[in-house]
Design a protein around this ligand. Structure first.
Ligand SMILES: Nc1nc2c(c(=O)[nH]1)N[C@H]1C(S)=C(S)[C@@H](COP(=O)(O)OP(=O)(O)OC[C@H]3O[C@@H](n4cnc5c(=O)[nH]c(N)nc54)[C@H](O)[C@@H]3O)O[C@H]1N2
Ligand SMILES: Nc1nc2c(c(=O)[nH]1)N[C@H]1C(S)=C(S)[C@@H](COP(=O)(O)OP(=O)(O)OC[C@H]3O[C@@H](n4cnc5c(=O)[nH]c(N)nc54)[C@H](O)[C@@H]3O)O[C@H]1N2
Ligand code: SF4
Ligand SMILES: [Mo]
Length: 884
């Protein structure tokens, strides 16, 4: 039996990715100390760079601390009345479908349950959708089509037990780092294990790959159909399994036949025949195979079919339901899975019931005692924001998500919000691109302050527990929604005073009239008293009378949740991305994540050591494309699509496939100017799931040649309204501004001094012929700011200058070196930060490799400590070693 919380240590769960790592927290007068929870079965004590930096996100800097209405501070009573009244008025005048909620996989299950119950059961519209629409909705449909229920059949141990792990459309090393490390450790222990990565780009995940298939963007379904065809031709099917447990196989095989043989697959996927053949043979002969898939599959106009093409090969070979095998759709957000349990998507109802039959609707209505339950699915995210734009929806409440940044066609989404009659936003952070559009802002309690449950990628329910007092007047989301529900006249159905009550109701609904036909059954948790809920240990659903300790793996008996009890193979006709590149928009824009930022940066953007990985929005492209489009590594580029434009720094990289460019999704107006990549992404969706095609937008990339470029480091954040390009990041003790502009100020000194309140002691250097201006402001020997301006991007390194903000007083040698950006004795240019735990730069690592003849990860670790903390940077260190 695992120990529960001790008086000094609170065990909780990381609020970032769907791995769902356990965190052990001790709060003392000196501060909060967080470590990986050694007892948590997701991570056994490990944390990645983001989880390890959680304590640095907990201060109240930037937090939304009070309710605001039209920018004015109001009491909670006033704010809640205004929300209830505002929604009530629109409903009375225009009906329930004129209002909407847009919620998030980062809400806790209890928050999510209450929001869904209010909208679908009591307001009587199903216009509640979630950012999971942009994330998991294609996988949900693929699961339902294949298994009759939205079920992830595998568990984390299966990845370790597999002999072959196929990773497609997932940058596992960066997006699910602790699971990746578990896989890397398993491969090290069993070197015969094979890993295949399928991704148009070479990512850090390829570090442990035996084979990397850099396929043409969007060609996965053709590859997996080809594999199915190959399996059948090579007699690698599990015929007995297919005949007893699977239906639809004839049509699926027939459809797969069109994929043709290996040469044809290789041609469509744009990779060598030998690679296709190696992958097919490996898969055909390896019984224990797991296929991990994520956004490279889901975020597609044919994401559902791609998911089914993957599941098909597992069903055809009977590789499901047993240790070390199965299709594994990994969830992104900490509670993406919990949101699916409560039915947060507009087409779901609750507890894995949906609108497809009257009996389900009636069942939920009875359980909730809901007078006017919605009768049909509501609008999916893209349609929902279009309905806001057209004025059909007049009031929207956004909780725990930042759609002005993360929705496709983000400029239009933002315009729709600015025009909408009533926009309510619940967030923990005051200034985001979405809070800027709000009429009413409600301060939500943040991680460390709230209590509830989340469910991770392997269906494991874990508690998030509060450790800290709530910031300012912040309140938990479930409380806010409950208060509004009560004010809208639904007090009887919303009597909640604590999350445990909500959880019990949710658990009871999961077993209500559930005679084994619904996979989601957590009836064993329906009777937990408050103390047992507080002490709840991580457990995988289903958890009921038959499986009181939970269920690691499903379908071991070959029984599925379809009417016939058989799994379904689905006939898939592969489709390439909806819009192909053409002569006006010749490159395909791929978007995704970097290791150290979380989505729109509202929390990770506060942490200097996480900002050190990348300080600016960037576009990565192959050298051949850079050549054709006259772009330079380190220069600026303007990216344009049919929907919008942005600016980014060019990174030339051999990791990119020619014809395809990669831009991270993270940057936004709160941290930059003209850097929201979703302004470019077209709002094209999968016809069944409604999930947007966020990975394949045709774009044009051109050099952006400003009149000047520069950077400013300063103790506080400064405004440079006249700069056309501005990316700000928080470093240790300072802000870093990367700038460029079209118009030249008349006098650089005036320009620089105008940015500061007090210009202090002013040092200056200028070289008019080179277009250079450099200045520093000091006060009593303490550095306040430095300004470096040039005619192009040839500017000195920022790292050493950044360290000077940690000093109370500069030494004379340092002052002398300031405007040369060079330390008094020798070079201290450590290069881009690689190891976020110990702050070790790329150049430091390279130097040590050369000087000390280091030739392994272990040797680098022993010498510099780099890579010995959370381990998230090990793939990069290996690549630096390879290069050296
Ligand atoms: N550091 C970090 N980790 C995160 C998050 C974060 O913001 N930051 N967010 C979390 C969330 S919500 C999610 S959903 C997950 C997402 O996790 P992932 O899906 O792993 O992350 P992405 O970077 O969006 O995209 C994955 C990969 O898909 C590839 N890809 C693009 N097109 C194709 C294609 O046509 N075929 C194939 N096979 N691959 C393609 C991209 O090149 C990219 O490497 O990450 C979670 N973890
Ligand atoms: N181009 C492109 N676009 C994408 C993607 C992509 O790969 N490419 N990925 C998509 C995917 S998979 C996802 S999941 C989305 C993510 O996109 P978003 O959900 O928009 O991103 P986040 O920054 O996580 O937004 C969460 C917000 O909730 C706030 N918050 C945090 N905790 C709480 C809380 O407890 N309560 C409340 N009320 N608020 C809280 C945060 O401060 C933040 O403002 O982006 C999608 N958009
Ligand atoms: S892998 Fe990292 S971000 Fe994901 S849950 Fe674990 S510590 Fe948090
Ligand atoms: Mo996601």
């Amino acid at each position: 039996m695992q120990s529960v919380n001790t008086p000094n240590v609170t065990r909780t769960t990381c609020p970032y990715c769907g791995v769902g790592c356990g965190v052990a927290a001790s709060v003392t007068a000196a501060g909060t100390v967080l470590t990986g929870d050694k007892l948590h079965p997701a991570n056994f004590g490990h944390l990645c760079s983001k989880g390890a930096a959680l304590a640095e996100t907990l201060d109240h800097d930037g937090r939304l601390l009070h309710p605001l209405a039209n920018g004015q501070r109001v009491s909670w009573d006033e704010a809640l009345d205004q929300v209830a009244h505002g929604f009530g008025k629109v409903i009375a005048e225009h009906g329930p479908d004129a209002v909407a909620f847009y919620v998030s996989g980062q809400l806790l299950t209890e928050d999510y349950y209450v929001a869904n119950k209010l909208m679908k059961g009591f307001i009587g519209s199903a216009n509640i959708d979630t950012n999971s629409r942009l994330c998991m909705s294609s996988a949900v449909v693929a699961h339902k089509r294949a298994f009759g229920a939205d079920v992830v059949p595998v568990c984390y141990e299966d990845i370790e037990a597999a002999d072959l792990v196929v990773i497609t459309g997932s940058n596992y090393a960066w997006a699910h780092p602790v699971l990746y490390q578990r896989l890397a450790a398993a491969k090290k222990a069993r070197p015969d294990m094979r890993v295949v990565v399928i991704d148009p780009r070479r990512t850090p995940t390829c570090d442990i790959a035996d084979l990397h298939l850099a396929i043409a963007p969007g060609s996965d379904a053709c590859l997996f159909n080809g594999l199915l065809n190959f399996i059948r031709r090579e007699d690698a099917l599990d015929l007995a399994y297919v005949e007893t447990h699977v239906e639809g196989f004839a049509a699926a095989f027939e459809a797969a036949r069109a994929a043709g043989s290996i040469p044809k697959v290789a041609q469509v996927c744009g990779i060598p025949e030998a690679e296709v053949s190696e992958f097919f043979r490996l898969f055909a002969r390896t019984e224990r195979a797991v296929t991990i898939f994520s956004q490279g599959i889901n975020q597609s106009s044919s994401g559902v079919d791609k998911g089914n093409a993957i599941i098909n090969v597992h069903l055809a070979t009977g590789r499901i339901g047993h240790p070390g095998m199965g299709p594994f759709s990994v969830t992104g957000q900490p509670n993406a899975m919990g949101g699916r349990e409560v039915g947060g998507l507009a087409n779901q109802l609750a507890a894995h019931l949906d609108f497809s039959d009257a009996a389900s609707i009636e069942l939920v209505a009875r359980f909730w005692n809901a007078p006017r339950i919605a009768q049909a699915p509501g609008l999916k995210a893209v349609d929902l924001f279009q309905a806001i734009a057209s004025g059909k929806i007049k009031a929207v409440w956004i909780m725990g998500t930042n759609p002005a940044v993360s929705m496709p066609d983000a400029d239009r989404v933002r315009a729709a919000l600015l025009d909408c009659e009533l926009v309510v936003v619940s967030d923990c952070v005051q200034h985001t691109d979405t809070t800027a559009c709000a009429d009413i802002l409600l301060p939500a309690a943040g991680w460390g302050e709230k209590d509830g449950t989340v469910t991770n990628s392997e269906r494991r329910i874990s508690r998030q527990r509060s450790l800290l007092a709530m910031a300012g007047e912040a309140r938990p989301d479930w409380w806010i929604i409950t208060q509004v529900a009560q004010r809208m006249g639904f007090a009887d159905a919303f009597p909640y005073t604590r999350p445990a009550q909500i959880f019990r109701e949710h658990a009871s609904l999961s077993s209500f009239e559930n005679s084994g036909t619904r996979a989601f059954d957590i009836s064993a948790l329906a009777e937990l008293d408050d103390a047992e809920y507080d002490a709840l240990q991580p457990v995988q659903w289903p958890v009921n009378r038959q499986a009181p300790q939970g269920t690691p793996r499903l379908f071991d008996d070959g029984h599925f949740y379809t009417p016939s009890g058989r799994a379904r193979m689905v006939a898939v006709a592969p489709r390439l991305p909806a819009v192909a590149a053409d002569k006006d928009f010749p490159l395909v824009l791929n978007t995704g994540r970097i290791r150290d930022q979380w989505h729109t940066m509202t929390r990770t953007g506060k942490v200097p050591r996480l900002n050190a990985q990348e300080a600016e929005p960037f576009v990565q492209m192959h050298a051949s494309d850079a050549h054709v489009y006259q772009l330079q590594h380190g220069g600026l580029a303007r990216l344009t699509s049919r929907n919008g434009a942005m600016l980014a720094r060019v990174q030339v990289s051999e990791d990119q496939r020619p014809g395809s460019v990669f831009v991270p999704m993270h940057w936004n107006d709160a941290y930059a100017r003209s850097a929201r990549v979703d302004a470019l992404v077209a709002p094209i969706t999968d016809p069944i799931s409604g999930q947007p095609e966020s990975k394949h937008t045709p774009v044009r990339v051109e050099p952006y040649r400003p009149a000047w470029q520069g950077f400013v480091l300063s103790r506080t954040r400064l405004d440079f309204m006249d700069a056309s390009y501005c990316a700000c990041t928080q470093g240790a003790g300072h802000w870093r501004h990367e700038l460029a502009g079209d118009g030249m100020p008349e006098e650089w000194r005036d320009w620089a001094q105008a940015a500061l309140e007090d210009s202090g002691e002013w040092l200056e250097y200028r070289d008019v012929s080179m277009g250079r201006y450099r200045a520093a402001s000091l006060r009593d020997g303490k550095l306040e700011a430095v300004f470096f301006i040039a005619a192009d991007q040839r500017l000195p390194e920022r790292e050493w200058l950044g360290t000077l903000f940690g000093k109370e007083q500069l030494e004379s040698g340092e002052v002398a070196g300031l405007l040369a950006a060079r330390p008094p004795n020798g070079p201290a240019d450590v290069g881009r930060n690689v190891c976020a735990c110990f702050n070790v730069g790329e150049k430091t690592i390279l130097n040590a490799i050369h000087k000390k003849e280091l030739n392994s990860i272990e040797a680098v670790g022993a010498c510099l400590k780099a890579g010995t903390g959370c381990g998230s940077c090990v793939p990069e260190i290996r690549r630096i070693l390879d290069r050296a």
